[in-house]
Design a protein around this ligand. Structure first.
Ligand code: CMC
Length: 427
């Protein structure tokens, strides 16, 4: 509901319009703030800044709620496929059978890479981090597909979206194969999205690859869980770059780079490394909880805490319940799962974590599942990126469709005031 907020600043009294979202979130429209008062809003890290109005994803962090376009994440993860969710996020509705076939066929049609792009995987060091290679390859797509770069052209936008969703798993799998010295396995368009990725990753030319449908479904569900999360760091990067009318490949490249950081998507790799360290150190989880409490240690419990969730992350909740089933199904006995369970138990009963509402986030258990699926630790964040792609695209598209202006925040300058250059000989 629209209303007014009144601000008294010195001898000035200024009214600002307010607005309210469909789930009751309230905001003050501060755009005219500077003109009316001479002040700007200072909010490093955008802790209390809504950068847009969006009808894609809703999170209630206090209650651990996550909806994509009104559908609870648990409902979607149980009852839809990743490509249905991609359609939901990008097109705004769950597809009919006919729409689904068209969407899926078009994406499947675009799974191949330009043959020359393979040379990129051959040029980079075999131990290059897969996220760096992913961002380089997605950026390079803009050089190969110059017929679909115009963000203002609806047909070109659709083409670039389908190309990107089709090609991202191929890029990820081709780099993996190259890094192992193995031959590329080309996409098999008879397979579903996740199954195709698994075949490209783990298949060999010497023998047929039997897709385990249950395993492929688990992977598909993991992708759904990661598909969008409103205005997180990488999505904000995509929106910011997209606001300059940069093409989709360039915008998504920025999202991949942002996701790679250990405080964001890189946390899933960091969690596994942390669990391994605790395991190798003898498994004393209490010691590491103490370390995380100690601000001078510089150590944080990776996979714990979230900017928005101050309750259990619903995605982590799903994974926490699923992880044992998955490991049993895959006949994997991972000692890191016991460490993770103990760590969660100790942390959740510790006053430091309780007082700060620090709960496991999506990255806490996902790595254990990826590891059981045979995905190398340094590719965990790539898996996150494969899942997040439809969200980045939907948010990029919404930003353009709303005609938002170029993102260009202000600052409060705190440096030197005007001074004169002294010749080098006199400095
Ligand atoms: N371990 C120990 N202390 C923590 C942790 C943690 N994982 N997370 C937050 N805190 C403390 C923090 O030191 C601060 O304490 P104090 O109030 O005494 O200064 C308080 O909790 C609030 O933390 P914050 O850093 O102000 O919170 P934030 O909203 O800026 O940061 C976060 C959120 C996710 C960056 C942070 O919780 C973190 O670093 N977690 C570990 C990394 C991680 O798991 N990241 C994945 C996030 S979920 C997936 C994704 O979005 O990519």
């Amino acid at each position: 509901m629209a209303g007014t907020a009144n601000l008294n600043l010195g001898d000035k009294s200024v009214d600002f319009a307010t607005t309210q979202g469909s789930e009751g979130e309230k905001a003050i429209l501060i755009k005219p703030f500077r003109q009316a008062t001479g002040y700007v809003a200072l909010d490093p890290g955008f802790v209390n800044t809504a950068s847009c109005e969006s009808s894609i994803t809703f999170i209630n962090g206090e209650e651990g709620v996550l909806h994509y376009r009104g559908y609870p994440i648990a409902d979607l993860v149980e009852n839809t496929s990743f490509l249905e969710v991609a359609h939901l996020l990008i097109e705004g509705h769950l597809p009919t059978q006919e729409e689904y076939e068209g969407f899926k066929n078009s994406i499947t049609y675009h799974t191949l890479l330009h043959e020359n792009l393979k040379r990129l995987f051959e040029l980079v060091p075999t131990d290059a981090h897969p996220m760096s290679v992913l961002s380089a390859a997605v950026s390079a797509l803009a050089t190969f597909y110059q017929d679909s770069l115009d963000p203002m052209n609806e047909d070109q936008v659709r083409l670039s979206i389908h190309r990107l969703i089709g090609k991202l798993p191929t890029i990820a799998a081709f780099h993996y194969k190259r890094s192992r010295g193995q031959a590329y396995i080309y996409p098999d368009n008879r397979l579903d999205y996740a199954a195709n990725f698994m075949k490209m990753m783990f298949g060999f030319h010497t023998e047929p690859y039997e897709v385990d449908e249950e395993v492929a479904r688990i992977l598909d569900q993991l992708l759904i869980l990661h598909a969008d999360h409103e205005q997180n760091c990488s999505t904000t990067a995509v929106r910011v770059v997209g606001s300059s009318q940069a093409n989709l490949y360039a915008s998504v490249t920025s999202g991949i780079c942002a996701l790679s950081g250990p405080l964001h998507g890189g946390a899933n790799q960091a969690v596994l490394e942390m669990l391994q360290t605790i395991h190798d150190d003898g498994g004393d989880v209490q010691k590491f909880v103490e370390l995380a409490r100690d601000k001078t240690s510089g150590f944080r419990l990776m996979g714990f805490g979230h900017r928005v969730y101050k309750a259990y992350d619903p995605r982590a909740h799903f994974l926490q319940q699923k992880v044992e089933v998955v490991l049993r199904k895959l006949k994997v006995n991972d000692p890191l799962l016991n460490i993770a369970r103990k760590l969660e138990e100790v942390a959740l009963s510790d006053s430091y974590f309780k007082d700060r509402n620090l709960y496991p986030n999506v990255d806490f258990y996902s790595g254990i599942i990826y590891r059981a699926l045979g995905i190398p630790v340094n590719m965990f964040t790539v898996m996150f990126a494969l899942g997040r792609l439809p969200g980045w695209i939907a948010q990029w598209k919404e930003n353009l469709e709303k005609g938002y202006p170029i993102c260009r925040p202000r600052q409060i300058y705190t440096g030197e005031t005007m001074r004169k250059v002294i010749p080098m000989s006199e400095r």
